[in-house]
Design a protein. Structure first.
Length: 648
């Protein structure tokens, strides 16, 4: 058997050779470090025989050995191992517990358990479980794989009282026609698992159990609530410590905590998934909408307003009634089924259809900071990042196919001009045709090339994600990496041939015939709520001066300086700046401390000297004293910073 190695060389092995044999044939050091093997993209255990039949008709099968230097794939494998060790420890410590699933996830792993009645688990129990896990890791227990008939596996789990495993196997047999399943055993614990796993538990070098939460079996609220234990694992204690420190910083920067601390927004059970915006938060919200409007006008966007509530016929035309109804809020009026809009695009299509359009009118660019409602499951709601009620910086462009490249390029320019205001670094991802799609290959060739040309015309580097487009067109997604190294998707530019067809949209061409326009969905910030949440966490609550709800606070040292403080505050407000006066009978040290906690960019201290000279003693957040400055000079400076949206 011959295999192609990553360095271009060829490895020859005898029939029946395993992944471990392949690693040993390459080198003894690699054999010691090997975790698993990859053959033509398929991860396999080292103990499994290599496939004798070449699954790659294009040439020799590609073979790669995974080690702890193999990045996310290797890390995911070790985390999967750790999930099994977690289940091993829990079943040993809590007799009668039922196990369900335990996959690796982006930042770690979890396992869901159903504890016997009267038994519960809290985060205080995690150290005890960790200690038991360390025993199993130290014992160097091999992960032993066996392939057994589905009926045999079913009987084994049935006899063990593991109902969730029984259900999973029954579904595999019924839905997928599976005849055999793979089981993995370490010590006395056996799990239903497709694998692969490292050779033994000892390959887990550093782990931490992090939290306990509730989770419905299979995400279905009609099914039992299970206990989910989250954890993470790394190849070294140093990596684990750095990860935990990042998590601690993320907790400190949690936008929900900052929103309360800064008096921006709050939540109530009477409106789940909907923020109550306080005056300070409303100021931030309105500034972002103003920015979108100010930047959109010279770029040819026309703001529109469309209804909140539509007859079901609109949603049937758009396809949402069949495909998205469970995520919509639906009501009835005078015998008519109605739905509150979860997105603006069907309404914009209807608006376009209500007027006649010539090719000379195109492109038509509708923007709408529209209020949207989506019936998100309660378990997925998360502060401002996942809500049911939100405002989106939405726009839809109706254009000819020949205008696609130019319009997409203009969207990208708009996007980067917006992100530059906040100093955000963004990477781009071009998602191409999926297997299930509408339109001819020739059409997809043209549109994908138009998007690629638009990216290249702006000199923008991008990654291609094959098959990740939606069924009605390719798209460009924009991702930022925040100050904690986390990736967030911000904007999207999406081509759509489906919606104009469903709504039978037309324009009159130069040939006097009717033609179908192309629709471009465009959002740059996404929802304003989510964008504010991301900004708060990225900036640790220290918003740019132009966006800060209070840009400057005036701090009189004593009562006799209050009048000058009022005068300076009034002048700031008259100039259109957001200012406050703190004339409480507190010490100046206390006033400064409170202003620092509120992360107010500028503190203007006024005492005897400032009162006599019409100056302010300027303090900047976190920087401290920067000296005295004439009051009017500071007002002019702050006006310039606000107008130019300067970054500090």
């Amino acid at each position: 058997m011959e295999f192609a190695l990553p360095d271009g060389s060829t490895l020859t092995l005898h029939p029946g050779a395993t992944g471990a044999d392949a690693a040993a044939a390459i080198g003894t050091g690699l054999a010691r470090a090997a975790l698993a093997i990859k053959v033509d993209g398929e991860l396999r255990d080292l103990s499994r025989e290599l496939p004798e039949r070449n699954p790659n008709p294009a040439g020799r099968p590609k073979l790669e050995i995974l080690t702890d230097r193999s990045g996310e794939e290797a890390l995911s494998l070790i985390r999967h191992d750790c999930a099994h060790v977690l289940a091993t420890a829990v079943t040993e410590l809590y007799p009668g517990v039922k196990v369900s699933i335990g996959p690796p996830i982006e930042s770690g792993f979890y396992y869901d358990f159903d504890f016997p009645q009267g038994t519960s688990l809290s985060e205080g129990d995690l150290p005890r479980i960790e200690e038991k896990m360390r025993e199993h890791i130290g014992a160097d227990e091999p992960f032993v794989r066996e392939e057994v008939p589905a009926g045999e596996a079913l009987e084994r789990f049935l006899n063990a009282g593991q109902d969730y495993k029984v259900e999973l196997i029954e579904d595999l047999v019924r839905n997928d026609g599976v005849r055999t399943v793979s089981l993995y055993t370490n010590d006395g614990f056996t799990d239903l698992c497709r694998g692969p796993h490292a050779p033994s538990t000892k390959r887990i070098k550093a782990f931490k159990l992090q939290s306990v939460a509730g989770a419905y079996w299979r995400g279905d609220s009609s099914k039992p609530m299970l206990t989910r234990v989250y954890g993470t694992a790394f190849f070294s204690s140093k990596e684990l410590t750095e990860h935990l420190e990042r998590l601690e910083r993320a907790r400190a920067n949690d936008h929900r905590r900052l929103g309360q601390q800064l008096g921006l927004f709050t939540f109530s059970d009477v409106a789940p998934g909907s923020a109550f915006w306080l005056p300070a938060g409303t100021s931030v919200f309105n500034e972002l909408i103003a920015l979108s409007r100010e930047m959109g006008r010279p770029r040819g966007y026309t703001e529109v307003k469309t209804p909140q509530l539509y007859d079901s016929s609109l949603w049937k035309t758009s396809g949402h009634w069949d495909k998205y109804r469970e995520n919509m809020f639906i009501t009835e009026s005078e015998g008519r089924a109605m739905a509150i809009k979860p997105m603006n695009c069907p309404g914009h299509c209807k608006l376009f259809s209500l007027q006649r359009h010539s090719y000379r009118d195109l492109p038509v660019r509708y923007s709408e900071p529209g209020l949207l409602h989506r019936n998100e499951p309660s378990g997925t709601l998360h502060g401002l990042l996942r809500v049911r009620h939100f405002v989106q910086d939405d726009a839809h462009i109706f254009c000819t196919e020949d205008q696609i490249q130019e319009e997409v390029a203009a969207c990208l320019e708009f996007a980067f001009a917006t992100y530059e205001v906040f100093g955000l670094d963004v990477r781009l991802e071009l998602s191409t045709r999926p297997d299930q799609r509408i339109g001819s290959d020739e059409l997809w060739d043209r549109t994908e090339q138009a998007l690629a040309n638009a990216l290249e015309s702006q000199g923008l580097p991008y990654e291609v994600s094959p098959g990740e487009g939606v069924f009605y067109g390719p798209k460009i997604d924009m991702h930022m990496t925040d100050s904690l190294g986390r990736s967030w998707q911000l904007g999207t530019v999406q081509l759509d041939y489906n919606m104009p067809t469903r709504f039978e949209l037309t324009y009159t061409g130069a040939d006097n015939a009717e033609h179908r326009p192309v629709m471009i969905h465009r959002a740059l910030m996404g929802s304003y709520e989510r964008f504010i949440g991301i900004l708060l966490e990225h900036f640790s609550g220290e918003l740019p001066v132009w966006l800060a709800p209070v840009q400057a606070i005036v701090l009189p040292i004593s009562d006799r300086h209050a009048q000058h403080g009022k005068n300076v505050t009034a002048r700031l407000k008259a100039a259109g700046l957001r200012a406050e006066l703190d004339d409480r009978p507190e010490s100046i040290a206390r006033k400064i401390r409170d202003a620092e906690l509120r992360k107010i960019p500028y503190m203007l201290v006024v005492g005897d000297r400032e009162q006599e000279t019409d100056e302010v003693a300027l303090r900047e957040h976190r920087l401290g004293d920067t000296g005295s400055i004439p009051a009017q000079a500071f007002i002019d400076r702050l006006l310039t910073e606000t107008k130019t949206r300067a970054s500090r």
